[in-house]
Design a protein. Structure first.
Length: 141
């Protein structure tokens, strides 16, 4: 003789299926999160392309209130560094805007392209091997 089918046993079976579906859904979300994290890490470890200086010039033209008159511009080579919990390509930028004091900035790259610039990076860039960056000094409006 088989087990009797009662409303309670049907409800328990439904709850089991619901728990299984929820588990599978969450597993799918976790897999997507892991894939997103992996894409983020890989995007940060792609080196900047050969035109990274041109990207910086284009950005600085809009970033500076008055791009004319920049002097004492220096740049370091892009290097892979641990920053914000991940390895990413960064470089240091030092320049003196017109009628202002010297600035040290950290340039961050993502997917091989300029992502953003962080100001006040003097401590982070203290050991940078700077080279002249005359292209920044020739900025115009």
């Amino acid at each position: 003789m088989g087990a009797a089918v009662t409303p309670w046993s049907l409800k328990r079976a439904g709850l089991r299926w619901l728990a299984l579906a929820a588990t599978l859904t969450l597993a799918g979300c976790n897999a997507e999160w892991v894939n997103s994290r992996d894409r983020f890490i890989q995007a940060n470890t792609q080196p900047p392309g050969p035109n990274y200086k041109a990207e910086i010039i284009a950005f600085m033209r809009t970033y500076l209130n008055d791009p004319v008159g920049v002097r004492d511009a220096f740049i370091s080579k892009p290097a892979l560094r641990s920053l914000e919990g991940a390895d990413r390509y960064v470089l240091c930028l030092r320049y003196t805007p017109r009628n202002a004091s010297s600035k040290d900035s950290l340039v961050l790259f993502r997917d091989g392209r300029l992502d953003r610039i962080i100001d006040a990076a003097r401590e982070t860039c203290k050991d940078a091997a700077y080279q002249p960056f005359p292209e920044l000094q020739r900025l115009t409006r």
